[in-house]
Design a binder for this molecule. Structure first.
Ligand code: TYD
Length: 207
């Protein structure tokens, strides 16, 4: 079986991290060893950058500095964690990756898609997932889930308003439409187990 690099994307509150764990379990039952990881973070250096990115005031970084920090974290993560795991024959499931930078910093943040792709070319040689699973949830349901989760204080990104989150959802939809080969759009509504089955079905052709 060829080891695959799979990313989960979507806005806040769509259930990515819960689904990533569940998907890793059902995949392992099918044979491959699976490494679970996340961005920003996923290697010691990138986790250090993660705290710089997620803590502090909403205007702590300029848009440019923020995009560079995400790209720097990703570079370390790809080199130290993702590629070595694939080389060992393991599958890699990652909670967010380049498409989050394109949606958040490139499209909604206004830096532009091409600028983010250039940073990724420099930092990570343009390395892309074999499959990207975009979790989609109606805006109201996602907001309600996020409110429950962040009752004890949201991070720099979660603290933004409904219009911002709608913009993020639209940005992801556009990316998925532009790359139908790599992306699969998954309905994230309903029972967690049902969503996990949908995710696994979207990987069948790679197994
Ligand atoms: P995290 O706590 O992982 O949020 P979530 O549970 O929503 O995935 O925080 C990651 C935040 O960082 C999230 O709000 C999205 C944002 N982000 C970017 O803006 N650009 C990126 O490249 C990545 C990976 C994340």
């Amino acid at each position: 079986m060829i080891p695959r690099f799979v990313t989960l994307e979507g806005g806040e509150g769509v259930g990515k991290s819960t689904q990533l764990k569940a998907l890793a379990e059902v995949l392992r039952a099918r044979g491959p060893a699976v490494v679970e990881t996340r961005e920003p973070g996923g290697s010691p250096g990138a986790e250090a950058i993660r705290s710089l990115l997620l803590q502090g005031d909403i205007d702590r970084w300029t848009g440019e500095a923020e995009a560079l920090l995400f790209a720097a974290a990703r570079s370390d993560h790809v080199t130290r964690t993702i590629k070595p795991a694939l080389d060992r024959g393991q599958w890699v499931l990652c909670d967010r990756f380049l498409d989050s930078s394109i949606a958040y910093q490139g499209m909604v943040g206004g830096l532009g898609v091409e600028a983010i792709r250039r940073l990724h070319a420099i930092g990570s040689g343009g390395f892309l997932p074999d499959r990207t699973l975009l979790l989609r949830l109606d805006g109201d349901e996602a907001a309600a889930r996020t409110r429950r989760r962040d009752a004890d204080g949201a991070d720099r990104f979660g603290a933004r308003d409904a219009a911002y989150h709608a913009g993020i959802a639209a940005a992801f939809d556009r990316l998925a439409a532009e790359e139908p080969e790599r992306f699969r759009v998954i309905d994230a509504a309903g029972e967690a187990e049902t969503v996990t089955k949908r995710l696994l079905a979207a990987l069948e052709d790679l197994l």
